[in-house]
Design a protein around this ligand. Structure first.
Ligand SMILES: CC(C)(COP(=O)(O)OP(=O)(O)OC[C@H]1O[C@@H](n2cnc3c(N)ncnc32)[C@H](O)[C@@H]1OP(=O)(O)O)[C@@H](O)C(=O)NCCC(=O)NCCSC(=O)C[C@@](O)(CC(=O)O)C(=O)O
Ligand SMILES: [Mg+2]
Length: 304
């Protein structure tokens, strides 16, 4: 499955920000109908977002997701019914706390006429559900949630609501969130879905802080990060894509280990470090990700 590193929220009621979506260099945009939109603007946001979803996005532009309001709000059902469109890749489900809320969304998506086989050319052409885990109850049920629908390919973490719910104090080091973050990574792997997407970093002018938090998320096993401002896309992408040194090292490990395997040897050393099956697997993933990035870039260049 393609790794998606950068996911930027765009408030659904803000035409000026919506206009910029085509130019954003993120892997995904999330049109927000939830917390970035006040109650009196919900209907406007629904209409503007629906317009955005009427066309399949051009190759090389971000995949389109919509964050609807939570299942227990008066907006939920109308939000979901209002977002049919061939440009829709997936729906972010906020305050996901149990299997039933996923089932309700799943059932509504089954009935959406415009999305039954549209879905912007993604590999699995079903509209994806991305549960946003942002409460103690959500974290407690995260494994069942992750397995609640075939539409689920990854989870997301909402740290601000989560901290509010567990009454934690958010700090730059983030130790108060370490358990939740690690739990989401483990649960995702146990459920057989992709790695999760880490929470937003609200202080968008603090580039160094963003990079530090992104590095920690990557080290824990996250595949990407939620963003709120375009200036966060570049630094987060840089952290997640393999560096030149990592690529060179990975290619060397893959080549050396394949040679060793052909000679019937299962454990070797490369530049003084042991390389065995899991080390080889990890290096292979780096090489695969790089070749995927090159292919995607070539395809999008061909279309220009
Ligand atoms: C913070 C600010 C108002 C600043 O805007 P400002 O316009 O003042 O900033 P400027 O620096 O002047 O922008 C320079 C130029 O970029 C344009 N521009 C800026 N942002 C853009 C953007 N996002 N998309 C496209 N374009 C953009 C702008 O239009 C301008 O264009 P131009 O004038 O032409 O130069 C803005 O970024 C913003 O609204 N962000 C998204 C907020 C949002 O969605 N929150 C909800 C998701 S979090 C949450 O819910 C918590 C959570 O739930 C999380 C979880 O769920 O995990 C939890 O619990 O933790
Ligand atoms: Mg939230």
């Amino acid at each position: 499955m393609k790794q998606m590193h950068t996911w930027i929220f765009v408030p659904g009621s803000d035409p000026k920000k919506l206009e910029k979506v085509e130019q954003l260099l993120s892997d995904a945009v999330i049109f927000d109908l939830e917390d970035a939109v006040p109650a009196q603007e919900k209907a406007l946001a629904r209409r503007l977002v629906k317009e955005e979803l009427q066309h399949v996005p051009r190759q090389g532009t971000p995949a389109r997701y919509v964050r609807v309001n939570a299942v227990d709000t008066p907006f939920f059902e109308q939000d979901v019914k209002g977002i049919d469109g061939v440009g829709l890749r997936g729906v972010v489900l906020p305050k996901a706390e149990d299997v039933q809320s996923v089932a309700r969304l799943d059932a509504l998506l089954d009935q959406l006429p415009g999305t039954e086989n549209g879905v912007d050319g993604g590999q699995d052409r079903r509209v994806e559900i991305v549960p946003l885990i942002e409460s103690a109850r959500g974290l407690f049920h995260a494994y069942e949630i992750a397995r609640a629908s075939k539409r689920i390919k990854r989870l997301m973490f909402g740290s601000i609501d989560f901290a509010l719910d567990i009454q934690a104090e958010l700090t730059p080091e983030g130790q108060e969130l370490l358990y939740a973050r690690s739990q989401l990574v483990v649960v995702s792997r146990a459920a057989g879905i992709g790695a999760p997407i880490d929470a937003v970093f609200p202080n968008f002018r603090d580039k160094d802080g963003l990079i530090r938090e992104t590095q920690r998320a990557k080290q824990l096993g996250f595949q990407g990060k939620l963003l709120i401002h375009p200036c966060q896309i570049g630094p987060v992408r840089e952290v997640f894509i393999p560096s030149r040194e990592e690529i060179v090292e990975a290619e060397l490990i893959v080549a050396s280990y394949q040679e060793a395997l052909a000679a019937g040897i299962g454990s070797i050393q490369v530049r003084g470090r042991m390389v065995d099956a899991p080390v080889y697997e990890r290096a292979k993933r780096v090489v695969e990700e790089v070749s995927h990035l090159i292919n995607t870039k070539e395809k999008s260049d061909e279309r220009k």
